[in-house]
Write a protein that binds this ligand. Structure first.
Ligand SMILES: [Zn+2]
Length: 482
């Protein structure tokens, strides 16, 4: 509470400072606009005595008026004209600088103070760089002061290894269809989260100070003094009380078995250019809307940009055996095969632009601890070939069933790891009830917490630190039935 008051006071202070800056700029504007007005008024007065009235022809009238205006300008001394032009230029530059500050301030909404400051520093006016303009210097000072008030990991953690990484499967968009008592209902009740619950969770986490971060900001690959690359903890600075966390979603493939069960059918780009979902209704008609995590979280972050560090959203983990993102790009005999591949490329491009990242969830979704090295090698190569080729390069691997390739709590040493590392993977994610993470020179290994029906109904104590489940659980969700 004290932290919140403090940040409110700080906001008040910087708002005041901004007010003073705006007032100064306004005064300058009034002065310039005032002199402009006087000059143009003089010009008009000069014009009046010689005014010729001709009502017969409109066109002629207009031409005459133009001539007269030109004459009026001609009547200004060269010095006056020069002054007029200079004033126009000054006004335009002031507007440009104000616009620049406004654009830069958008970065700070997601704690990206460096980008905001860098953006202002790129300014070049007629007189020179940003340092010559008080409005820009003042904006930079304000940004620097706010940046200085941030603390490492929001002061909530002492190490990145304490961050939460939560994950979901496809959200249930239509409860009546998912929980209709058919063969799949029990599985959905265990492993899925409803759209209602997801929205409640995000709202609750937002209110608790949680902030989405990318695993690539959580751990960064650097080159040390000996020229060797290694992973080190990222330095994520946030306002006091904020808590960085990572979000991922598994199996964003919209498998055939989910057809007709109240889930989205694929991710598309809507008419507004933003990613959204399609869902197929009972009568076969297709509707677009927020039927899964991507559009729901996008809208939430748009409304609350401070829920995301530098625009991070989440990781979308894809298998390959039924294509990707709801497109059957695994089947070369499909009549829409070529078109679907192009569409997935385009959807993936837009998703990445809007803060989403992709992970391999393997091609066939098999237990990678049990499967042979040879199987893992072929499976991974097929994923890279059929899915990686569409969504682009990634160095994140999310294990099917959350089962790690090795059980060691030391360092990975097996052939499977060596192969995956060579194939370009650096971040490895399994599942555990409590978060743990290894940050090694060569890789990052981080477990994730499921926020599904099983966690909520069977192990509610595991989620106590995150939610008051009474406020989260969908009233339409069946009780524990497994
Ligand atoms: Zn999975």
């Amino acid at each position: 509470m004290a932290d919140r008051n403090r940040s409110r006071r700080r906001k008040k202070k910087s708002a005041k400072r901004l007010g003073v800056i705006l007032l100064l700029e306004l005064l300058l504007l009034i002065t310039i606009a005032g002199s402009y007005y006087i000059v143009s008024k003089n010009k008009k007065n000069d014009d009046n005595p010689g005014k010729v009235v001709d009502n017969t022809k409109d066109n002629k009238d207009k031409t005459d008026k133009k001539d007269k205006d030109n004459k009026a300008e001609e009547k200004l001394t060269p010095e006056e004209l020069e002054a007029l032009k200079e004033q126009e230029r000054l006004l335009q530059e002031i507007a440009e600088r104000e616009d620049l500050i406004e654009q830069a301030n958008k970065f700070k909404l997601s704690y990206d103070y460096d980008s905001a400051i860098d953006m202002i520093k790129t300014y070049k006016g007629k007189e020179g760089g940003y340092e010559l303009y008080p409005a820009l210097l003042s904006a930079i000072n304000t940004l620097e002061a706010e940046k200085a008030s941030l603390v490492l990991y929001g002061g909530s953690y002492t190490s990145v290894t304490q961050f939460n990484h939560i994950f979901f499967h496809s959200l249930v968009a239509d409860n009546s269809k998912a929980f209709d008592g058919d063969y799949e209902s029990k599985g959905y009740n265990m492993y899925m989260t409803t759209a209602y619950e997801f929205e409640k969770m995000m709202q609750s986490m937002y209110e608790d100070g949680y902030v989405l971060v990318s695993v690539h900001d959580l751990a960064k690959q650097i080159i040390d003094e000996n020229g060797k690359t290694k992973f080190v903890a990222g330095e994520i600075y946030l306002p006091p009380g904020k808590k960085p966390f990572v979000l991922s979603q598994d199996d964003v493939n919209y498998y055939d078995y989910m057809d007709g069960d109240g889930f989205a059918s694929r991710i598309v780009i809507g008419e507004d250019g933003k990613p959204t979902c399609e869902m197929i209704l009972e009568d076969g008609s297709v509707v677009q809307g927020p039927y899964d995590i991507v559009p729901i979280l996008d809208a939430f972050v748009e409304e609350h940009p401070d829920f995301s560090y530098k625009g991070a959203k989440g990781i979308l983990a894809l298998t390959g055996y039924e294509g990707s993102l709801g497109y059957r790009t695994d089947d070369p005999t499909s009549p829409t095969y070529e078109q679907d591949k192009e569409t997935v490329k385009e959807v993936a491009r837009v998703l990445k632009e809007t803060g989403w990242e992709f992970a391999s969830h393997s091609y066939n979704h098999r237990n990678m601890q049990e499967k042979s090295f040879e199987f893992i090698k072929n499976d991974t190569n097929r994923w890279l070939d059929e899915v990686g080729s569409l969504v682009g390069e990634t160095d994140i691997f999310i294990f099917p069933y959350g089962v790690d390739i090795e059980t060691t709590m030391g360092s990975y040493s097996g052939d499977k790891y060596k192969f995956l590392k060579e194939a370009g993977f650096n971040y490895f994610h399994g599942v555990d009830s409590k978060p743990w993470m290894h940050l090694k020179d060569d890789y990052v290994r981080m477990t994730r917490r499921p926020l599904d029906g099983q966690a909520m109904l069977e192990f509610p104590e595991r989620l106590q630190d995150l939610f008051n489940l009474e406020e989260i659980i969908d009233p339409e969700r069946p009780s524990k039935d497994w």
